[in-house]
Design a protein. Sequence first.
Length: 430
Amino acid sequence: MRQHYRIVIVACCFCILFINQGLPATSFNVFQSYLVAMPGVGDLGGSLVLTVRSFVSLVAIFFVSAFYRRFSLRVGVAAATAFTAAGFLAYSLARDLALLCLGSVLTGIGYGFGGVVATTMLIGNWYRGHIGTVAGAVGMGSGVASMVMPLAVAAVIARSDLSHAFLMEALLALGLGTAVVALLRSKPQDVGLRPVEEPAPAAPPAAAAPTRTAPEPSAPAAPARHPGKVHVGAATLPRADKRLMLAAMVLLGAVAIVGNGYFSVLLTSSGIGLETAALLTAVLGTSLTLSKLACGWVFDLAGARKGSLAFFTVLIVGLLLCSLAGPGGAADGFFAAVFFGVGVALATTGVSVWTLELSAPRDRLGMVRDFQVAYAFGGFAFNLMPGALASATGSYAVSYALFAAAAIACALIVGIVYKRRNLREALPLS
């Protein structure tokens, strides 16, 4: 069993994202239509609930590197999960906007300390190669939440009320989180193992015999390089390219966090019923879940640059379909959900791969923090935009057209940074 503990770690990371990202963020949009209908909340109050969570998670992520230098990943995940469960308990007790915002404060802390930062560091500790596929499998955790929770929430609300739906998620977070903490180990050395290395390419037959004493290609400092396959990086980006990537993270945060958070409201404001909107939100979650694993597999097969550009193309198409969702009704909403769900997989799998591949081990925790701070800042800075534009124009569609433009800019930045990186790595060989 100990030799297969890396599979347990992948399962734990999957559950970590399900709890601390999937419940309070990725699947939370199903609650939005019900929250805006509560007395004293409305469109502006619904936006405020999301904004508070985004702001608190941004602050938490800003301090996450200092937190994990003091505490182990296992302890940090335990604390984050407790905050998430407490946040949903506060939501379940809320009868006004103030208590809803308190719930967002607590879930924001859980998101910041127990989200992608924790799972990315765990992947980097346990794996050296095939990180695209591993990151994709882990990222499915938040996708599964967005796939199953909207239907579960809608069923609970139909039989009982909104308060019981929030209570269900609080108990789910607490129970599943307890199991994760019991099984999780911060690094393979904790159970007497070494990180999983990527096997070296096969040597030519003629040269195979005399090379037994050659240096091991799987040394942690210089992982074996496979054409097209992503791997843990050995060098950190130059400062100028890092700044470009941080700008891309801000744009991607706006697209993924805000765009996903307002999807059900976009549908209902276009004349689609609440139950149909919940079903289409589940379709979004299904496509997102499946595409996260597919995204990692494509990255490992084609390389991070080509894979990123392919998924950005799908994301842009999905956002444009979102901006046109009104006239076509449920049919356009379905295709918007599918394409948007597939493309937005970049926000988890893509960000994790970029972080691991574009940083040296000594800089990895700082790079994870910086990328996540920028990503969360994008979600926070633009969170009020859809509600404000809807109040001014009467439609949420304008916001999704702007998100499509942001995705185009983000794709260009990632493509340029990776092209420069590939040129730098090719220089010694020329």
